[in-house]
Write a protein that binds this ligand. Sequence first.
Ligand SMILES: C[S@@+](CC[C@H](N)C(=O)[O-])C[C@H]1O[C@@H](n2cnc3c(N)ncnc32)[C@H](O)[C@@H]1O
Length: 333
Amino acid sequence: MLYVEILGSLPEMARDEVRAMLELGGGKITGEDYLLLKVEADEKAYPFLDRLGLAHEYGELTIEADSVDELLKKADEVEWPIEGTFKVDTETMANCEHDVLDLPRKLGGVIHSKGFKVNLSKPDNLVRAYCGEKLYAGIRLRYFDPKDFERRKAHHRPFFRPISLHPRFSRALVNLTKAKREILDPFMGAGGILIEAGLLGLKVYGVDIRPEMVEGAETNLRNYGVRDYTLELGDATRLEELFPNKKFEAVATDPPYGTAATLAGRKRDELYRKALRSIYNVLEDGGRLAIAFPIEFDGKGEAEAVGFRTVGMYYQRVHKSLERYFYVFEKAR
Ligand SMILES: C[S@@+](CC[C@H](N)C(=O)[O-])C[C@H]1O[C@@H](n2cnc3c(N)ncnc32)[C@H](O)[C@@H]1O
């Protein structure tokens, strides 16, 4: 059994990202307690869980208990998969119903009494104890360091445009498409989504209507070591002409929201509608599109009118004048 601790900003989107990765890697979510997901999967799922954008960490779930006493009793009974030293670290979630103030010391004491050595400054294993409705303990396998994502934020890239999603969301959009081979971003801008996809080992295709973006996206992709790319100057509403003999496994994109410069003189809603149709035409059957639209646009209705099925829809308030939905659509097989 594994646990995944997801981030709290868009928990439904984060949970569906985990679900998408488990559909690729084999496994399923069997329970949840606030931001902690219980997952049934084996090692084959690790490379896919390693792709996550909206997760804090995942690990092996060793114990689940209804009280601190039960947790400590089970901790004494189980075989801890610890090699080397350890340290206990507690996560008190917002729904925590137990008194866990002293838990790290008590749990550490029990594990120590089983012959394992404590090292508080540089432990080989981190034992994570979670308090929610229930109590959980496990061993962290992978921590998603925020610094890794921060390093790829728009202002750290050689070609800077302030119109970029946070890399964690770009990563989640890619994952929600369940892409295994390739991804197309028809409004690639400075390439934020393509960078995340490229770092996952996917072949990336990008389109933008402005030449400086095509050049800038290439600079950015190369800067992060992404080499397998095809970038085209062109129009996201005429993808069939740009890629005449090609169908894509998946599309992830963040179209312009309405400033004159990014819309290149087009009416916004008409641009969205035409782009949805064109994306539909170049997607493989069963392929997925992950896309953001401002809330004023009926993304679900418009995509379904083109033939898509809606598989996910997540609301986000970016700031006072921008609220959007991230959508995941699927083309029927
Ligand atoms: C919001 S930005 C994308 C940001 C991008 N996700 C990133 O991380 O940098 C939208 C981009 O769409 C481009 N664009 C606008 N109209 C377009 C069209 N009809 N076809 C292709 N690209 C277009 C703009 O030039 C702009 O670079």
